[in-house]
Design a protein around this ligand. Structure first.
Ligand SMILES: [Fe+2]
Ligand SMILES: [Fe+2]
Length: 414
Protein backbone atom coordinates (compact mmCIF):
# COMPACT_ATOMS: atom_id res chain seq x y z
CA UNK A 1 0.00 0.00 0.00
CA UNK A 2 1.34 3.41 -0.86
CA UNK A 3 1.66 6.17 1.73
CA UNK A 4 -1.51 8.00 0.72
CA UNK A 5 -3.53 4.85 1.27
CA UNK A 6 -2.81 5.04 4.98
CA UNK A 7 -3.95 8.61 5.49
CA UNK A 8 -7.21 9.99 6.78
CA UNK A 9 -9.26 12.15 4.43
CA UNK A 10 -7.93 15.43 5.80
CA UNK A 11 -4.35 14.15 5.70
CA UNK A 12 -4.88 12.93 2.14
CA UNK A 13 -5.99 16.37 0.96
CA UNK A 14 -2.93 17.99 2.57
CA UNK A 15 -0.64 15.45 0.87
CA UNK A 16 -2.46 15.95 -2.40
CA UNK A 17 -2.05 19.73 -2.15
CA UNK A 18 1.61 19.32 -1.33
CA UNK A 19 2.24 17.10 -4.33
CA UNK A 20 0.41 19.63 -6.50
CA UNK A 21 2.65 22.31 -5.07
CA UNK A 22 5.69 20.37 -6.16
CA UNK A 23 4.41 19.79 -9.68
CA UNK A 24 2.26 22.78 -10.54
CA UNK A 25 3.69 25.89 -12.19
CA UNK A 26 1.36 27.90 -9.90
CA UNK A 27 1.75 26.00 -6.66
CA UNK A 28 1.06 28.71 -4.13
CA UNK A 29 -2.60 29.20 -5.04
CA UNK A 30 -3.39 25.51 -4.62
CA UNK A 31 -1.48 25.32 -1.38
CA UNK A 32 -3.27 28.35 0.03
CA UNK A 33 -6.72 27.11 -0.89
CA UNK A 34 -6.00 23.70 0.63
CA UNK A 35 -4.62 25.23 3.81
CA UNK A 36 -7.53 27.65 4.24
CA UNK A 37 -10.17 24.96 3.88
CA UNK A 38 -8.17 22.80 6.25
CA UNK A 39 -8.08 25.62 8.80
CA UNK A 40 -11.82 26.31 8.32
CA UNK A 41 -12.49 22.66 8.98
CA UNK A 42 -10.51 22.82 12.18
CA UNK A 43 -12.48 25.90 13.24
CA UNK A 44 -15.79 24.04 13.06
CA UNK A 45 -14.53 21.14 15.12
CA UNK A 46 -12.67 23.47 17.46
CA UNK A 47 -15.75 25.57 18.21
CA UNK A 48 -17.19 22.80 20.27
CA UNK A 49 -13.95 22.15 22.15
CA UNK A 50 -12.18 25.45 22.69
CA UNK A 51 -12.98 28.48 24.84
CA UNK A 52 -13.78 31.65 22.88
CA UNK A 53 -10.45 33.35 23.60
CA UNK A 54 -8.47 30.38 22.32
CA UNK A 55 -10.65 30.22 19.23
CA UNK A 56 -10.14 33.93 18.55
CA UNK A 57 -6.39 33.53 18.95
CA UNK A 58 -6.36 30.60 16.57
CA UNK A 59 -8.36 32.57 14.01
CA UNK A 60 -5.98 35.54 14.37
CA UNK A 61 -3.00 33.24 13.76
CA UNK A 62 -4.71 31.73 10.75
CA UNK A 63 -5.32 35.21 9.35
CA UNK A 64 -1.70 36.14 10.02
CA UNK A 65 -0.55 33.13 8.04
CA UNK A 66 -2.95 33.60 5.15
CA UNK A 67 -1.97 37.28 4.87
CA UNK A 68 1.68 36.26 4.38
CA UNK A 69 2.78 37.70 7.71
CA UNK A 70 5.01 35.73 10.01
CA UNK A 71 4.00 34.80 13.52
CA UNK A 72 6.20 36.43 16.16
CA UNK A 73 7.75 33.04 16.88
CA UNK A 74 8.67 32.42 13.25
CA UNK A 75 10.19 35.90 12.93
CA UNK A 76 12.20 35.30 16.10
CA UNK A 77 13.49 31.96 14.77
CA UNK A 78 14.60 33.50 11.50
CA UNK A 79 16.15 36.50 13.22
CA UNK A 80 18.34 34.32 15.38
CA UNK A 81 19.28 32.21 12.36
CA UNK A 82 20.24 35.45 10.56
CA UNK A 83 22.37 36.50 13.54
CA UNK A 84 24.18 33.15 13.49
CA UNK A 85 24.72 33.32 9.74
CA UNK A 86 26.15 36.85 9.93
CA UNK A 87 28.57 35.62 12.59
CA UNK A 88 29.48 32.61 10.43
CA UNK A 89 29.89 34.86 7.39
CA UNK A 90 32.35 37.09 9.21
CA UNK A 91 34.57 34.28 10.45
CA UNK A 92 34.46 32.39 7.18
CA UNK A 93 35.33 35.55 5.26
CA UNK A 94 38.50 35.87 7.35
CA UNK A 95 39.37 32.24 6.61
CA UNK A 96 38.65 32.79 2.92
CA UNK A 97 40.85 35.87 2.62
CA UNK A 98 43.85 34.00 4.01
CA UNK A 99 43.17 30.40 2.99
CA UNK A 100 40.50 30.44 0.28
CA UNK A 101 40.94 29.65 -3.40
CA UNK A 102 39.17 32.62 -4.92
CA UNK A 103 37.25 35.61 -3.72
CA UNK A 104 33.64 35.03 -2.59
CA UNK A 105 31.26 34.55 -5.50
CA UNK A 106 34.03 33.17 -7.67
CA UNK A 107 35.85 36.43 -8.38
CA UNK A 108 39.50 36.74 -9.37
CA UNK A 109 42.30 34.61 -7.96
CA UNK A 110 42.95 35.05 -4.25
CA UNK A 111 46.64 34.94 -3.35
CA UNK A 112 45.80 34.80 0.34
CA UNK A 113 48.58 33.77 2.68
CA UNK A 114 50.65 31.22 0.71
CA UNK A 115 52.20 29.44 3.71
CA UNK A 116 48.80 29.20 5.47
CA UNK A 117 47.26 27.76 2.32
CA UNK A 118 50.05 25.20 2.05
CA UNK A 119 49.58 24.22 5.70
CA UNK A 120 45.82 23.87 5.13
CA UNK A 121 46.51 21.77 2.06
CA UNK A 122 48.54 19.42 4.23
CA UNK A 123 45.11 18.54 5.69
CA UNK A 124 43.56 18.15 2.24
CA UNK A 125 44.54 19.48 -1.19
CA UNK A 126 41.03 20.86 -1.72
CA UNK A 127 40.92 22.95 1.47
CA UNK A 128 41.13 26.36 -0.27
CA UNK A 129 38.19 25.46 -2.52
CA UNK A 130 36.12 24.08 0.35
CA UNK A 131 36.83 27.20 2.40
CA UNK A 132 35.66 29.55 -0.30
CA UNK A 133 32.55 27.49 -0.98
CA UNK A 134 31.65 27.32 2.72
CA UNK A 135 32.08 31.11 2.88
CA UNK A 136 29.77 31.61 -0.09
CA UNK A 137 27.19 29.40 1.59
CA UNK A 138 27.21 31.44 4.80
CA UNK A 139 26.98 34.75 2.96
CA UNK A 140 24.02 33.40 1.00
CA UNK A 141 22.31 32.14 4.17
CA UNK A 142 22.65 35.51 5.90
CA UNK A 143 21.49 37.48 2.85
CA UNK A 144 18.50 35.20 2.22
CA UNK A 145 17.28 35.17 5.81
CA UNK A 146 17.45 38.94 6.12
CA UNK A 147 15.77 39.43 2.74
CA UNK A 148 13.01 37.01 3.74
CA UNK A 149 12.45 38.86 7.02
CA UNK A 150 12.31 42.21 5.20
CA UNK A 151 9.95 40.89 2.55
CA UNK A 152 7.53 39.93 5.35
CA UNK A 153 7.69 43.34 7.01
CA UNK A 154 10.00 42.08 9.76
CA UNK A 155 13.15 43.76 10.99
CA UNK A 156 16.31 42.13 9.60
CA UNK A 157 19.47 41.70 11.67
CA UNK A 158 22.35 44.14 11.30
CA UNK A 159 25.58 43.68 13.26
CA UNK A 160 27.62 46.33 11.44
CA UNK A 161 27.95 48.46 14.59
CA UNK A 162 29.93 45.61 16.16
CA UNK A 163 32.47 45.29 13.33
CA UNK A 164 35.27 46.78 15.40
CA UNK A 165 37.69 43.94 16.24
CA UNK A 166 41.30 44.17 15.01
CA UNK A 167 41.74 40.82 13.18
CA UNK A 168 44.91 39.59 11.52
CA UNK A 169 47.44 41.85 9.80
CA UNK A 170 49.18 38.97 7.99
CA UNK A 171 49.73 38.89 4.23
CA UNK A 172 46.47 38.00 2.50
CA UNK A 173 43.93 39.88 4.63
CA UNK A 174 41.71 42.48 3.04
CA UNK A 175 43.46 45.62 4.29
CA UNK A 176 40.21 47.60 4.20
CA UNK A 177 38.79 45.27 6.86
CA UNK A 178 41.60 45.54 9.42
CA UNK A 179 39.96 46.80 12.62
CA UNK A 180 36.49 45.99 11.26
CA UNK A 181 36.00 42.35 12.21
CA UNK A 182 32.98 41.00 14.01
CA UNK A 183 34.65 37.79 15.23
CA UNK A 184 38.02 37.07 16.76
CA UNK A 185 40.04 34.15 15.35
CA UNK A 186 43.32 35.13 16.98
CA UNK A 187 43.02 33.33 20.32
CA UNK A 188 40.55 30.45 20.33
CA UNK A 189 39.55 27.72 22.77
CA UNK A 190 38.13 25.05 20.48
CA UNK A 191 35.78 22.68 22.32
CA UNK A 192 36.29 19.22 20.81
CA UNK A 193 33.62 17.36 22.79
CA UNK A 194 31.71 16.94 19.50
CA UNK A 195 34.55 14.69 18.25
CA UNK A 196 33.87 12.18 21.01
CA UNK A 197 30.11 12.77 21.07
CA UNK A 198 29.64 11.66 17.46
CA UNK A 199 31.74 8.51 18.00
CA UNK A 200 29.91 7.53 21.18
CA UNK A 201 26.83 5.36 21.59
CA UNK A 202 25.58 7.75 24.26
CA UNK A 203 23.67 11.00 23.74
CA UNK A 204 24.22 14.33 25.50
CA UNK A 205 20.46 14.99 25.29
CA UNK A 206 20.07 12.00 27.62
CA UNK A 207 22.68 13.21 30.09
CA UNK A 208 25.95 11.93 28.64
CA UNK A 209 28.93 14.25 29.10
CA UNK A 210 31.86 14.20 26.68
CA UNK A 211 35.31 15.64 26.59
CA UNK A 212 37.44 16.06 23.51
CA UNK A 213 40.55 13.98 22.73
CA UNK A 214 42.75 17.08 23.12
CA UNK A 215 42.44 20.63 24.42
CA UNK A 216 42.94 23.51 22.02
CA UNK A 217 43.42 26.56 24.24
CA UNK A 218 44.51 30.11 23.38
CA UNK A 219 45.48 29.11 19.86
CA UNK A 220 45.18 31.26 16.73
CA UNK A 221 43.24 29.77 13.82
CA UNK A 222 44.63 32.27 11.29
CA UNK A 223 48.17 33.67 10.96
CA UNK A 224 48.58 36.71 13.23
CA UNK A 225 51.24 38.60 11.28
CA UNK A 226 54.18 37.98 8.97
CA UNK A 227 56.77 37.97 11.76
CA UNK A 228 55.11 35.12 13.65
CA UNK A 229 54.62 33.08 10.47
CA UNK A 230 56.46 34.23 7.32
CA UNK A 231 53.99 33.96 4.42
CA UNK A 232 56.56 32.71 1.92
CA UNK A 233 57.92 29.78 3.92
CA UNK A 234 57.50 26.16 2.76
CA UNK A 235 55.24 23.83 4.76
CA UNK A 236 56.78 20.35 4.56
CA UNK A 237 55.27 17.34 6.30
CA UNK A 238 56.45 17.06 8.99
CA UNK A 239 57.37 20.73 9.58
CA UNK A 240 61.12 21.27 9.93
CA UNK A 241 61.41 24.68 11.64
CA UNK A 242 59.69 26.35 14.57
CA UNK A 243 57.91 28.79 12.25
CA UNK A 244 56.69 25.94 10.05
CA UNK A 245 55.39 24.08 13.11
CA UNK A 246 53.67 27.23 14.32
CA UNK A 247 51.90 27.70 10.98
CA UNK A 248 50.90 24.03 10.80
CA UNK A 249 49.46 24.19 14.33
CA UNK A 250 47.47 27.30 13.31
CA UNK A 251 46.12 25.50 10.22
CA UNK A 252 45.31 22.39 12.30
CA UNK A 253 43.43 24.59 14.77
CA UNK A 254 41.47 26.07 11.87
CA UNK A 255 40.62 22.56 10.68
CA UNK A 256 39.10 21.69 14.05
CA UNK A 257 37.47 25.10 14.39
CA UNK A 258 35.67 24.69 11.06
CA UNK A 259 34.07 21.48 12.37
CA UNK A 260 33.29 23.04 15.77
CA UNK A 261 31.39 25.92 14.18
CA UNK A 262 29.48 23.73 11.75
CA UNK A 263 28.48 21.08 14.30
CA UNK A 264 26.99 24.00 16.22
CA UNK A 265 24.85 24.90 13.19
CA UNK A 266 24.06 21.21 12.72
CA UNK A 267 22.43 21.08 16.17
CA UNK A 268 20.98 24.59 16.11
CA UNK A 269 18.78 24.27 13.03
CA UNK A 270 16.79 21.22 14.19
CA UNK A 271 16.05 22.98 17.49
CA UNK A 272 14.76 26.01 15.58
CA UNK A 273 12.81 23.93 13.05
CA UNK A 274 10.93 22.13 15.81
CA UNK A 275 9.39 25.46 16.83
CA UNK A 276 8.38 26.72 13.35
CA UNK A 277 4.73 27.40 12.63
CA UNK A 278 4.68 28.25 8.92
CA UNK A 279 5.45 25.43 6.53
CA UNK A 280 7.63 27.81 4.54
CA UNK A 281 9.68 28.82 7.58
CA UNK A 282 10.08 25.13 8.41
CA UNK A 283 11.28 24.55 4.86
CA UNK A 284 13.83 27.36 5.18
CA UNK A 285 15.18 26.04 8.47
CA UNK A 286 15.39 22.44 7.24
CA UNK A 287 16.96 23.42 3.92
CA UNK A 288 19.64 25.69 5.38
CA UNK A 289 20.15 23.33 8.32
CA UNK A 290 20.91 20.50 5.90
CA UNK A 291 23.77 22.49 4.45
CA UNK A 292 25.20 23.06 7.94
CA UNK A 293 25.24 19.26 8.37
CA UNK A 294 26.99 18.93 5.02
CA UNK A 295 29.62 21.45 6.18
CA UNK A 296 30.13 19.65 9.48
CA UNK A 297 30.61 16.28 7.85
CA UNK A 298 33.18 17.67 5.43
CA UNK A 299 35.22 19.42 8.11
CA UNK A 300 34.98 16.47 10.47
CA UNK A 301 36.77 14.42 7.82
CA UNK A 302 39.47 17.04 7.16
CA UNK A 303 40.19 17.71 10.85
CA UNK A 304 41.03 14.04 11.31
CA UNK A 305 44.01 14.48 9.00
CA UNK A 306 45.68 16.76 11.59
CA UNK A 307 45.71 13.86 14.07
CA UNK A 308 46.59 10.96 11.76
CA UNK A 309 49.72 10.07 9.81
CA UNK A 310 51.65 11.53 8.13
CA UNK A 311 50.78 14.88 9.75
CA UNK A 312 50.11 13.87 13.37
CA UNK A 313 52.54 14.99 16.08
CA UNK A 314 52.85 18.70 15.26
CA UNK A 315 53.58 20.88 18.30
CA UNK A 316 53.04 24.64 18.40
CA UNK A 317 56.32 26.10 19.73
CA UNK A 318 54.47 29.14 21.13
CA UNK A 319 51.69 27.41 23.09
CA UNK A 320 53.02 23.87 23.51
CA UNK A 321 49.84 22.39 21.99
CA UNK A 322 50.44 19.00 20.34
CA UNK A 323 48.17 17.30 17.82
CA UNK A 324 48.64 13.61 18.76
CA UNK A 325 48.16 10.58 16.52
CA UNK A 326 44.62 9.52 17.43
CA UNK A 327 44.97 6.20 15.57
CA UNK A 328 48.16 5.08 17.33
CA UNK A 329 47.52 2.56 20.17
CA UNK A 330 50.68 3.59 22.09
CA UNK A 331 49.76 7.29 21.95
CA UNK A 332 46.19 6.52 22.98
CA UNK A 333 47.37 4.39 25.92
CA UNK A 334 49.63 7.25 27.07
CA UNK A 335 46.73 9.74 26.83
CA UNK A 336 44.23 7.30 28.37
CA UNK A 337 42.00 7.40 25.29
CA UNK A 338 40.06 4.60 23.56
CA UNK A 339 40.45 4.03 19.84
CA UNK A 340 36.71 3.61 19.28
CA UNK A 341 36.24 7.21 20.46
CA UNK A 342 39.19 8.66 18.55
CA UNK A 343 39.64 6.75 15.26
CA UNK A 344 40.01 9.54 12.73
CA UNK A 345 38.05 8.09 9.81
CA UNK A 346 34.94 7.32 11.90
CA UNK A 347 33.30 10.55 10.81
CA UNK A 348 29.73 9.35 10.33
CA UNK A 349 27.49 9.63 13.42
CA UNK A 350 27.68 6.41 15.43
CA UNK A 351 24.20 5.04 16.26
CA UNK A 352 23.40 6.21 19.79
CA UNK A 353 20.65 6.44 22.38
CA UNK A 354 17.86 8.59 21.02
CA UNK A 355 14.78 9.91 22.83
CA UNK A 356 14.77 7.00 25.30
CA UNK A 357 17.82 5.41 26.86
CA UNK A 358 16.85 1.78 27.11
CA UNK A 359 13.57 0.92 25.42
CA UNK A 360 14.57 1.72 21.82
CA UNK A 361 17.39 0.53 19.56
CA UNK A 362 20.34 2.89 18.94
CA UNK A 363 19.88 5.34 16.08
CA UNK A 364 22.36 7.40 14.03
CA UNK A 365 21.19 10.97 14.59
CA UNK A 366 22.28 14.58 14.92
CA UNK A 367 22.85 15.39 18.57
CA UNK A 368 22.15 17.34 20.66
CA UNK A 369 18.80 18.56 19.38
CA UNK A 370 17.38 19.76 22.69
CA UNK A 371 16.92 23.50 23.16
CA UNK A 372 18.96 23.37 26.36
CA UNK A 373 22.06 21.94 24.67
CA UNK A 374 21.70 22.85 20.99
CA UNK A 375 19.38 25.85 20.95
CA UNK A 376 20.01 29.53 20.34
CA UNK A 377 21.18 30.46 23.85
CA UNK A 378 23.42 27.38 23.93
CA UNK A 379 24.90 28.46 20.59
CA UNK A 380 25.71 31.97 21.82
CA UNK A 381 27.25 30.50 24.97
CA UNK A 382 29.35 27.99 23.02
CA UNK A 383 30.63 30.60 20.55
CA UNK A 384 31.42 32.94 23.46
CA UNK A 385 33.37 30.23 25.31
CA UNK A 386 35.23 29.61 22.04
CA UNK A 387 36.68 33.13 22.33
CA UNK A 388 35.01 34.09 19.07
CA UNK A 389 33.67 37.36 20.49
CA UNK A 390 36.63 38.37 22.67
CA UNK A 391 36.81 42.15 22.58
CA UNK A 392 33.12 42.74 21.90
CA UNK A 393 31.28 45.11 24.27
CA UNK A 394 28.50 44.13 26.67
CA UNK A 395 25.92 45.47 24.22
CA UNK A 396 26.95 42.81 21.68
CA UNK A 397 26.20 40.00 24.14
CA UNK A 398 22.97 41.69 25.30
CA UNK A 399 21.72 41.89 21.73
CA UNK A 400 22.76 38.30 20.93
CA UNK A 401 21.08 36.94 24.05
CA UNK A 402 17.90 38.92 23.41
CA UNK A 403 17.57 37.35 19.97
CA UNK A 404 18.54 33.92 21.31
CA UNK A 405 16.05 33.92 24.18
CA UNK A 406 13.27 35.02 21.82
CA UNK A 407 14.12 32.17 19.44
CA UNK A 408 14.31 29.56 22.21
CA UNK A 409 10.93 30.77 23.52
CA UNK A 410 9.22 30.46 20.13
CA UNK A 411 6.50 27.82 20.05
CA UNK A 412 4.90 25.94 17.20
CA UNK A 413 1.37 27.30 16.74
CA UNK A 414 -0.88 24.99 14.80
FE1 LIG B 1 25.12 28.85 7.41
FE1 LIG C 1 27.69 26.89 8.32
Amino acid sequence: MNKEGNLSSSGLSETHVLSQELQSPEPRHHATVGRRSFIRGLGVVGATLLPASALLMRQAKAQERSSGRLTKGDADLLRFAAWAEIVESDLWTQYAELGGATKPNDGGPNIGNPAYKLALQNLDGDMPQYIIDNTDDELSHAAFLNAYLSSHGEEPVNLDRFRTLPGSIATGVDKTKIGKRLTNLLNLNVDLSWYTRYRSEENSDLGAIFKGPLNILNEPAIPLNDTDTPPGQPQPVPPATAAESRMQAIANTAGFHFAFIEQGGTSLYPTLALKATSEEVLRILLSIGGVEIDHFSLWHDKAGNAVSQPLAGVTDPETGLTFPDLNDPATLARLNLQLELTQTNKILPEPCDFLFRESMPPCSVIRPTSTALGGAVATVQAFTADGLFDGQPESFFDFAMRLAIAADNARREL
